[in-house]
Write a protein that binds this ligand. Sequence first.
Ligand code: UT7
Length: 333
Amino acid sequence: MAQIRAAITGVGAYLPENILTNDEISTMVDTSDEWIMSRIGIKERRILKGEGLGSSDMGTKAVQELLEKTGISPEEIDMVICPTVTPDMQFPATANIISDKVGIKNAFGYDLNAGCSGFLFALATASKFVESGSHKKVIVVAAEKMSSIVDYSDRNTSPIFGDGAAAVLLEPTTEELGVIDSMMQVDGSGRKHLHQKAGGSVKPASHETIDAREHYIYQEGQAVFKQAVSKMADISVKMMSKHGLKSEDVTWLVPHQANMRIIEATARRMGIKKEQVMINIGKFGNTTAATLPLCLWEWENQLKKGDNIILTTFGAGFTWGSIYLKWAYDNNK
Ligand code: UT7
């Protein structure tokens, strides 16, 4: 019997209208457009505004666009995974809330927390359900309201992050397409460099934790930077050599969008030219789990059936990995 693979058969996304520019950030903290552009490469990011709106509201819109584009009804979906570090609530899972808002009634689902590697880990997980034959229409929807955990009085982190959501549909194929291979890793000792100090079971919310601003992102940028470049490049090179892919065989590299210098250094170490790299960090910043599917969504019209795509990420945990994907359709939808 032919091997079943999981192919991405559609992409949807939602970005909030509100734009936060570097000049506006420069009125909140001691920074400048020049510093942010030269050190990070972000010009602007989107921010979700509105009372009572959370990650699920963006995820819902991304899934609605996905279903509309693919002509699939919510009832046909049998699984939803939501990678996020900014769930609507600690529980229940944002995947359940999105499913409810979209009208997905015949599915099971859950959230997945792997920091900026969330989409990659969720794609690998979802593909196993499709490959096993147990699930036929699986959505991975990354949704992040990073502005809810960014300290806009901290110049180390406030320029970096943005809000957004993007979703992909996975369906079975017996062609040599879709998720070909995944390699992923975690190193929990990296947690000291990138985390949220309070709000979990170790340090529940209290007046003291709020006064100490411990519900925001804490990041030691340089330590994360160094690891990000070497881990993403090394694991992607390993993936390429395992599958006999030379740099010119890679149609697109889709790296996590955390810092332009990290993206360029990773591509350089992999021998990939800049024209082969999807980069939209300048417009959307680091949307954590949503960066990779937001790239696929923006480049969808340029993608061709059979394109060799390497996805790679590095994030809180530490978490990192690489997925070798063969694009499954020419975009005529
Ligand atoms: O997505 C999850 C994974 N996260 C990442 O991959 C992020 C990885 N790290 C980074 O992207 C970079 O480390 C940052 C963008 C966070 C920081 O850039 P850097 O070039 O590593 O700067 P630095 O932290 O070494 O700081 C250099 C200087 C410091 O001043 P002194 O001590 O040299 O006087 C900082 O205080 O830059 C200062 N600085 C700033 N100056 C102006 C830090 N943030 C700012 C700022 N504006 N926003």
